[in-house]
Design a protein around this ligand. Structure first.
Ligand code: FAD
Length: 411
């Protein structure tokens, strides 16, 4: 029986550990926190087979001056962080060519194509099947002229088979009566799912992993040392030995690889949410405010609005201004939210410059595997990532092209 240690019990690590266990491995999952926390806790809950449009698109460079100058915009860059961000930005912009965009879409499809079904299969029999609901992704526009099905991002989705519909203000109000009447049109992306509690999904799947014999240990990993084809994990509570190691420590993965001489262009892309408990109203779908780039969804604990891309040091404190911005945007989208202040949260997206994660063997490092870098898409890409990493570690045949996820593609 293969022994595998997975570092990081975010949703990617949990799905990896679960698939490995189901494939017959003996698996230990390590995290300094409880399972399903990290970025995996407070995200917007969108699970979409059609989230296949990369962040770096033709013309994206035109936005950079605005992002630098407007600290209150959807994307913000801390000036002190700029020197560390520049090399990443150059790589990011080099992906904004149509040939790269088409290739990235194909790779994103590999990970997202069956994400709703894969989650349903993981949750079947747990008693928590309702954590995934059928949903549209409603992209809502204040200026009706901007809601164009022939805009590049919608054309590309349709080319790959997405069912889209443009609706006007009246139809949108019927679909989502709680939304502001400022929205004059919307594009519906059909055949999606949404999570009613992303954190709870992590907890439930971690429980399932444990019930199948998996072990979860709580400790902080300091360094990794290679030892004749096996691994020593130096932690806050002692040294652990591992035959095979899967690294799924989200935005912290690059820091753990650096001492081994492996450089990954990872940015901590920080996002925020505001959550209104008992709001007294409901949204039926995931709603994106296209003007402000944030997503609202009704969840088990209340109504959540999540978004913001703040490029700053991974350890920088949460910005109260950004958290406040999310609550203001929530009230702009859903004007009848109660006056009581929401709870707020910040999480760190593990972002690589080509919008794709690293999945697979780490070159030159025997029995070390990568499963990190899922940026804006980690909740939805986690089940397929788990399946792939399990097949790779267990030496099973793989039908998908996994070359776009190579760890050394940035060298
Ligand atoms: C505001 C916001 C909205 C988002 N919305 C969506 C969405 O709607 N849909 C979607 O698919 N994605 C969304 N995302 C992205 C998604 O949340 C992430 O891609 C995903 O959570 C990454 O999962 P992960 O398991 O790789 O990382 P994480 O969830 O961050 O987990 C990493 C884990 O590693 C552990 N760890 C790290 N270093 C160490 C160490 N040294 N020792 C021990 N443990 C360690 C951490 O404690 C953590 O538990 C959103 C993100 C944000 C911030």
């Amino acid at each position: 029986m293969k022994n595998v240690t997975v570092i990081g019990a975010g949703i990617v690590g949990i799905c990896s550990a679960l698939s490995l266990t189901q494939a017959g491995a003996r698996v230990r999952l390590i995290d300094r926190d409880l399972p399903g926390q990290g970025a995996s806790f407070g995200n917007a809950g969108v699970i979409s087979p059609w989230s296949i449009i990369p962040q770096s698109m033709p013309g994206v460079w035109k936005n950079i001056p605005r992002w630098l100058l407007d600290p209150n915009g959807p994307v913000s860059i801390k000036l002190s962080h700029l020197p560390r961000l520049l090399p990443w930005t150059m790589k990011f912009l080099s992906n904004a060519r149509m040939d790269r965009v088409h290739a990235t879409i194909t790779a994103m499809e590999t990970l997202n194509h069956s994400n709703v079904e894969l989650y349903r299969a993981h949750l079947a029999g747990t008693g928590h099947e309702n954590l995934i609901q059928d949903s549209y992704y409603v992209h809502a526009f204040r200026n009706a002229d901007n809601a164009r099905l022939n805009a590049l991002e919608y054309s590309l989705r349709q080319e790959r088979g997405a069912q889209l519909e443009r609706i006007g203000a009246k139809h949108l109000q019927e679909l989502e009566p709680a939304l502001t009447k400022e929205f004059k049109a919307a594009i519906l992306i059909k055949d999606q799912g949404r999570a009613t509690s992303p954190g709870k999904i992590g907890e439930v799947l971690a429980d399932k992993f444990r019930a199948l014999g998996g072990i979860i240990e709580r400790t902080d990993v300091h360094t990794l040392q290679s030892n004749e084809g096996a691994w020593q994990i130096i932690t806050s509570t002692g040294t652990l030995n591992a035959d095979n190691l899967v690294l799924s420590a989200g935005a912290w993965s690059a820091d753990l690889l650096r001492p081994l001489g492996i450089k990954i262009p990872m940015q901590a892309e920080r996002g925020y949410h505001a959550m209104f408990e008992n709001p007294g109203l409901t949204l039926n779908h995931s709603i994106m405010d296209v003007d402000h780039k944030c997503v609202a969804s009704s969840m088990d604990g209340g109504l959540r609005v999540a978004g913001q891309a703040e490029f700053a040091n991974i350890n920088a404190p949460e910005s109260s201004a950004k958290a406040h911005r999310m609550s203001k945007l929530a009230r702009k989208m859903v004007p009848d939210l109660p006056d009581t202040p929401p709870t707020t949260w910040m999480g760190v997206r593990p972002s690589l410059p080509d919008s794709l994660p690293c999945i697979g063997a780490v070159p030159g490092m025997e029995n070390l595997y990568a499963a990190f870098g899922h940026s804006h898409y980690g909740l939805m890409m986690a089940p397929k990532t788990g399946r792939l990493i399990s097949d790779i570690v267990m030496n099973k045949p793989i039908n998908d092209d996994i070359s776009p996820f190579r760890v050394d593609r940035f060298n």
